[in-house]
Design a protein around this ligand. Structure first.
Ligand SMILES: [Zn+2]
Length: 332
């Protein structure tokens, strides 16, 4: 066994030692019921198998809840999305789990069966937090999902990241349900994705996950008991900075190649050359920051192997107006 698999198994064993749930529940889920109020928070890690950074934080919260070191009066579900892909240290085994949350889902692929196990838990959420990591390094953690005022209060109050890459919620609707967080938002419930930096083991990612989950539990208790509203808690701390996608560079030619070392949230100015010498020229379409730079495997001639990603990178830029003014509450 690899060191990676041993480390993962040690965390899964710790989770197993304290988890409890009724027998029909998904095998890698823990259910907590504080018995004081019905508010139900759902948290997930490892929806993508090689994004292991958040797992130690989620497992530590479950242990601390089980041991009474932290308390929560409401209901909470914690699940580990794809430990099978995690052991292999790959994003997925058969299909990208975070692309299959569609109505009338059917099939025998590992991730399709998994999505069918996860969906009933997502359907119970009053708010959902999904912890991910990026393929390339990131200058800072960031939230990424369409605007909604209800989600904004959580995002701001839990202080998981200083930036939120968001978009007009009207645009998101047309794309249909595919990600786990979208499946939750489809019901009008906040579904929040937090990207914690480059994929892999990370104390920082684990610490942020622990802090965000425990803060969310506290906020939900305060709201439910009337001690403090979520809105008041959010307004008491600084707002996040909002970014929107300004340009998506199509990976239209397999010869396109980014210069080495471009990470997430790398600042760029309009016209900056991002391509490698002797590959088709790529210039930043506007001033902002690069997101999701792709470095796919290539053949001997330097052409990206199929299937290559649809986009080679995006450029995001800070919004000069608040999304609340631009798009309203984001509710239907
Ligand atoms: Zn992910």
């Amino acid at each position: 066994m690899t060191e990676h698999a041993l480390r993962l198994d040690a965390l899964l064993d710790r989770f197993d030692a304290v988890r409890h749930a009724d027998p029909h529940t998904y095998r890698w889920a823990h259910r907590h019921d504080g018995g004081e109020h019905p508010f139900h928070l759902v948290f997930s890690s490892l929806i993508h198998g090689n994004e292991v950074g958040s797992l130690a934080g989620l497992v530590a919260v479950v242990e601390d809840l089980a041991a009474g070191r932290i308390r929560f009066g409401g209901r909470a579900t914690f699940f580990i999305g794809n430990p099978e892909a995690g052991r292999a240290n790959v994003r997925f085994l058969d299909a990208d789990l975070n692309r299959v949350f569609v109505p009338d889902l059917a099939g025998s692929a590992h991730e399709i069966k998994r999505a069918l196990e996860i969906m009933p838990m997502l359907e119970e959420a009053d708010a959902y937090f999904d912890f991910h990591q990026t393929i390339k390094p990131a200058r800072q953690p960031f939230y990424i999902f369409p605007w909604s005022e209800a989600a904004w209060l959580w995002v701001r109050a839990v202080q998981g990241a200083e930036v939120w890459v968001t978009r007009n919620p009207g645009q998101a609707f047309a794309s249909g349900v595919m990600c786990a967080d979208e499946y939750v938002r489809e019901r009008g419930v906040p579904g929040i994705t937090l990207e914690l930096g480059e994929k892999g083991w990370s104390q920082e990612a684990a610490d942020t996950t622990y802090r965000v989950i425990t803060e969310a539990l506290k906020l939900a208790d305060d709201e439910a008991t009337g001690a403090r509203t979520l809105r008041d808690a959010a307004m008491a701390v600084p707002d996040v900075h909002f970014y929107d996608t300004m340009h998506r560079q199509a990976f239209s030619d397999p010869a396109m190649a980014l210069v080495d070392g471009v990470g997430n949230f790398e600042p760029v100015t309009e016209g900056a050359v991002l391509s490698r010498v002797s590959s088709p020229e790529l210039k930043a379409a506007c001033t902002g920051a690069v997101l999701f730079p792709k470095y796919p495997p290539r053949d001997a001639d330097g052409n990206a192997l199929d299937p290559r990603p649809k986009e080679i990178y995006r450029v995001v830029a800070e919004l000069d107006q608040h999304p609340l003014e631009l798009w309203g509450s984001g509710a239907e």
